[in-house]
Design a protein around this ligand. Sequence first.
Ligand SMILES: Cc1ncc(COP(=O)(O)O)c(C=O)c1O
Length: 377
Amino acid sequence: MLDLKRQYQPLHQELLAAVGHVLETQQFILGEQVASFEQAAARQLGVAHALGCSSGTDALWLALAAAGFGPGSTVLTTPFSFFASVSAILRAGATAVLADIDPATFNLSPAAVEAVLNGPQGESVRAILPVHLYGQCADWTAFWHLGKTRGLTLIEDAAQAWGAEWGGVKAGGLGDIAAFSFYPTKNLSAAGDAGMVTTNSDELAERARMLRQHGMRRRYYHDEIGWNARMDGFQGAILEVKLRYIDGWTRSRRNVARRYHALFHAAGLPEAGPYPVHGIVLPHEVAGTCHVWHQFVIRSARRDQLRDFLAARKIGSEIYYPVPLHMQDALKCLGYAEGSFPEAERAAREVLALPIFPELREDEQQTVVNAITEFLS
Ligand SMILES: Cc1ncc(COP(=O)(O)O)c(C=O)c1O
């Protein structure tokens, strides 16, 4: 499914030198390596501020808290994402409201969001938190318009979308504030937990910086109750090395995705529309955007049998995510039930992520495609 060693091996010497430098300087928490990674990251994303922090989950939490969302405020997001997209809202003390997804992209549907905003819960919503799921930006033309016309803050969950673009603007610079994850399986990955908050707002950056460090602006003078959400020096040093390679890795991922499409079409696999009975549906890139293919996710009505069939042939696959968030035990408090979000529920039954990473070889992809063709025939 993912062989991280293929990325590590050619970088071995460079990474050891970077880690060695942290040991030489003894700057283990934030410090010069994190600061120089933050500057390089901000330049690459075209944003004014980038703040390294302890995880993507903490980045979401910092973004929400910095933008003033806590007890008494309501944030709207998707039911089809990793748990943290909703748990961070609740942990910040705010209320989470959900809207269904667009079945073509798996991202939050602007039409469903608009319907919620026009409904009884709409009055209380102050922010929208779209997730750029699988490495493809949510429909930012529509969300920008909704934010503008209704005076809503836009918070990006860009955990899976380093380098993705909408309308020529990179994820991280689309909304008012954004959160990234550098979890080891992400496109840009640390050697442990790490994350980042990005924003073009001086004020939000200053607040996030203060909250990241126990609410301190001056050492040992606490203006607010923040927490410890700092990035450590080793992660900053490692991420700064990898940042030099990420554009090339993104190009390789895009090639791998193109190759999957070509191989599936060459195999003559039927695409039977959005809800296939016998075939599969391949993912696609929205025109005019840059998808960074964190995941290559197909749909199949016989997903579980297909997954077993692949596993028997030692082909890795994964389900992101098998249970929509409104149906998680921990989130029953949101007050939804099965049937509340039919598209998210259908996606949870049908999605299957195939192996994708920059170093994946064509013969390996051919093996995956052959196995799926055999299953379907
Ligand atoms: C969409 C999404 N949001 C948030 C997170 C949380 O990031 P982390 O695992 O770094 O806390 C992740 C990654 O796991 C994610 O995929």
